[in-house]
Design a protein around this ligand. Structure first.
Ligand code: FDA
Length: 308
């Protein structure tokens, strides 16, 4: 029952202040977030790639309501991409973007602004020799995100999509996106959604995930299988073998700090594994979603607060 409460808290400014000022939450944040500065992200990329992992970097931030903030996020990404290139790290590290951090929710001009900002980041990624994937946020943003994706793919066909098996609409979206060459990251979904648009129970989300996986592997897309669930990881590897896919034809993805032994095990077995690496000062919403996903994380967090 704590999960929905934490997801609600992830949007609460009051709880945000409480969590941000607790030294204890800082320690737990460090488990999931690489640090606040670009140099922290680059050091983490170096350490992960030395372990044979690939990386996708998220400059933390979401729900921007000011144009200047959206442009600052764009500039943070382009500067990061320049550094990745200069330090020879771009081959193993791409970036993930939240369109809400690039201005998507601004009234009137939001979609246009997010598209322009994302386009500038894609051009920088192209110059650095790497790729971009668009994160998916709550269900109200899906149409806008998919239309921005389509516009970006006109110039940069390698831009990756994210789809969430929790949403009813996703199986149809996956069929549209599953063509050869299309990079599609399949996740279960981290947002609290109304029952009118999303599966309410975990077994339904899991069953939808399996159906989407089957379509992605069968139709020739490049599946990015983003899950820590062993059943889904095993199913992806089984589908890859069934469809004669080499280890270059799909990848497994996990979040920084979660199931690191499994990340290493899959690499040791010769598979491509990409770690989603968040960094930046605006870690709160991301952190609360990670707490909400797992009761053990919440227990650890609450014990720390009591001991404070
Ligand atoms: P599930 O929740 O069933 O967990 C399976 C097992 O994994 C658990 O039993 C536990 O062992 C471990 N585990 C999972 N979460 C954990 C945690 N927080 N702490 C410790 N252990 C944990 N969502 C979204 O809505 N939009 C997006 O753009 C993205 N992007 C994204 C990228 C990548 C690379 C990943 C891996 C995930 C996302 N997500 C996301 C998050 C995703 O939707 C989902 O919330 C989490 O991945 C948890 O779901 P699992 O598939 O891991 O399965």
């Amino acid at each position: 029952m704590l999960g929905p409460a934490l997801l609600a808290a992830s949007r609460s400014p009051r709880v945000r202040t409480l969590v941000s000022t607790s030294p204890v939450s800082r320690r737990l944040v460090d488990r999931f977030v690489a640090g606040e500065a670009p140099t922290d992200a680059l050091a983490a990329v170096r350490a992960l790639t030395e372990r044979g992992l690939s990386v996708t970097i998220d400059h933390l931030g979401e729900d921007t309501t000011e144009r200047s903030q959206a442009e600052a996020t764009r500039d943070a990404y382009t500067a990061l991409l320049a550094k990745l290139s200069a330090e020879g790290l771009a081959a193993g590290a791409e970036v993930s973007l939240k369109l809400s951090a690039l201005g998507q929710a601004l009234p009137h001009e939001g979609g246009r602004l997010a598209l322009d900002n994302a386009r500038a980041i894609c051009a920088a990624a192209d110059g650095a020799g790497t790729t971009v994937t668009l994160d998916m946020e709550d269900h109200t943003t899906v149409d806008s995100t998919l239309s921005i994706l389509a516009a970006l793919r006109g110039d940069f066909p390698w831009v990756g999509a994210v789809v969430q098996s929790a949403l009813f609409r996703t199986e149809a979206d996956v069929r549209d996106l599953a063509h050869p060459g299309s990079r599609v990251r399949l996740v279960k979904g981290a947002y609290r959604e109304p029952r009118t648009v999303a599966h309410a129970r975990k077994p339904e989300v899991d069953a939808a995930y399996r159906r989407c996986l089957a379509v992605l592997f069968a139709e020739g897309a490049y599946p990015m299988v983003a899950s820590h669930d062993q059943t889904m990881i095993d199913e992806a590897n089984r589908l890859a073998a069934q469809h004669g896919r080499s280890t270059d034809d799909y990848e497994l993805q996990m979040l920084y700090g979660i199931r690191t032994a499994e990340q290493d095990r899959q690499v040791a077995e010769g598979r491509r594994v990409r770690v989603y690496l968040p960094y930046g000062q605006d870690w709160y919403g991301y952190f609360m979603r990670r707490l909400a996903e797992r009761p053990a994380n919440v227990g650890f967090f609450l014990r720390g607060l009591v001991a404070r």
